[in-house]
Design a protein around this ligand. Structure first.
Ligand SMILES: Nc1nc2c(c(=O)[nH]1)N[C@H]1C(S)=C(S)[C@@H](COP(=O)(O)OP(=O)(O)OC[C@H]3O[C@@H](n4cnc5c(N)ncnc54)[C@H](O)[C@@H]3O)O[C@H]1N2
Ligand code: MOO
Length: 406
């Protein structure tokens, strides 16, 4: 791309990245215990009805509502704890001691809660009459056998994993987890805890990207650090291919410096370039391409740039690869500015900002004065990114804006 050409917009760049995921990954069965953050490959039907029987919602007495008028005394003929149904039925002027979750016996149609009753000598006296049906959960209140409840493409969260288990599924069919090679590049980098020369720093981006990959249901493969030579980079690309990576994420070496060799190394290995450089700050030197079946995302080295681009491009790509129909959705939401902003230039800006509450309790986004893309500490302190479209005019406190929460 010639320097004079207008840079690709963020939206267009994302559309091209997502085009690498037109075909979702194949499906596999996993234990429901391992299904968190995974994406359903097919709709999940209930294998059971829940509750399978009319169930008591309270501790008390199963009664016939017509008999359980205030002041009435009923004979307690047995007990129904959860997990042990009372085998008989409740007749006129009778009651069964019952506990939350137990099947309501035949004949009974209401629960007299124990706070509204007095028990003595095998009798229970009604102090406050229950309404017919009160505190009885009908069979199938939650779901019925055969109902398709969770749709294909759903990313499983703790509550939906619990629902899948409640529906009777020990295993669920999900999309294969994308394998994501993460390669740090640069002679200046050492691993945390390793001895660093005075001209070296710690490679931190790997850990942020690995976290993002896990959050997206993927498997991060740490490919280590490649020095700024073609030999080192090409060897690392080979490691990614051999590890069966679906996506290779490179960190750094994406810009125009003499030692920024990542794109050329990938090209030598046969990468088909999708784009390089976009109208975005941070993240201008982003690289996207394909090397055979592997999608390549070359993230800029500055930590904030890596993480913001990871959030905006890698996360949706991994979700799309798993068939999530919401993968392409705009992650931003409306908010209000808490402080003024200067007019923007031609790059879409993602400003690190704090969310504060004003006197009325409304959320206001206040951008930090410093926006240096090397500063992880400021990113850690930020609550959100304020999205500033290209050429956005100057804005004042109180003006609407859009934010992406971190
Ligand atoms: N003449 C120009 N120089 C630069 C431009 C430009 O357009 N013209 N773009 C700037 C922008 S914007 C960015 S962003 C950076 C990104 O460049 P690279 O992707 O080539 O990244 P590096 O040069 O390798 O590293 C930049 C910076 O980040 C540190 N780094 C790299 N990898 C890691 C890592 N894994 N963990 C932590 N820190 C990392 C590296 O030491 C550098 O300090 O280029 C600008 N330059
Ligand atoms: O895009 Mo660079 O990512 O502005 O620092």
């Amino acid at each position: 791309m010639a320097a004079s050409e207008p840079l690709l917009s963020v939206d267009e760049a994302l559309a091209r990245v997502l085009s690498a995921a037109r075909e979702p990954l194949p499906a596999e069965d996993v234990s429901v215990a391992d299904a968190h953050e995974r994406t359903l490959a097919e709709p999940l039907r209930a294998l059971r009805t829940q509750p399978p029987f009319p169930a008591s919602a309270m501790d008390g007495y199963a009664v016939r509502a017509t008999d359980a008028q205030a002041g009435a005394s009923l004979a307690v003929i047995g007990e129904a704890p959860a997990g042990r149904a009372f085998p008989g039925s409740v007749g006129p002027a009778q009651a069964v001691r019952i506990f939350t979750g137990a099947p309501v016996p035949e004949g009974a149609d209401a629960i007299l809660i124990q706070e509204n009753a007095t028990a003595a000598d095998g009798l229970v006296t009604v102090n406050v009459a229950p309404q017919p049906g009160q505190f009885v959960r009908p069979a199938g209140l939650d779901f019925r056998e055969g109902e398709a409840i969770l749709p294909a493409g759903l990313r499983l969260a703790p509550r939906t994993v619990a629902l899948a288990a409640a529906m009777g599924h020990a295993r669920v069919r999900v999309r294969r987890a994308p394998r994501v090679g993460i390669l740090a590049t640069g002679d200046e980098l050492v691993r945390p805890g390793e001895e660093a020369r005075p001209d070296q720093i710690v490679a931190s981006n790997t850990y942020a990207l690995a976290g993002l990959v896990r959050r997206a249901g993927g498997i991060p493969l740490d490919l280590g650090i490649a020095g700024d030579t073609f030999a080192a980079l090409e060897a690392a690309i080979t490691r990614a291919v051999e590890a069966g990576a679906d996506v290779l994420v490179t960190l750094g070496g994406a810009s125009v410096g003499d030692h920024d060799l990542v794109q050329s190394a990938l090209a030598r290995r046969g990468m088909e370039l999708g784009f390089w450089r976009i109208a975005m700050r941070p993240g201008k030197p982003l690289i996207f391409g394909r090397l055979e079946s592997m999608a390549i995302l070359g993230l800029p080295g500055n930590p904030v740039s890596s993480i913001v681009c990871g959030r905006l491009f890698l996360l949706p790509l991994l979700r799309a690869l798993q068939g999530d129909p919401h993968a392409a959705e705009d992650p931003s939401e409306p908010a209000v500015l808490g402080a003024e902003l200067r007019a923007n230039d031609s790059r879409q800006d993602y400003l690190r900002a704090r969310l504060e509450r004003d006197a009325e309790g409304a959320l206001r986004a206040v951008a930090f004065g410093r926006q240096d893309s090397s500063m992880l500490r400021l990113l850690a302190e930020a609550d959100c990114l304020i999205v500033r479209p290209p050429h956005a005019p100057a804005a004042r406190a109180g003006d609407p804006c859009r934010i992406v929460r971190l």
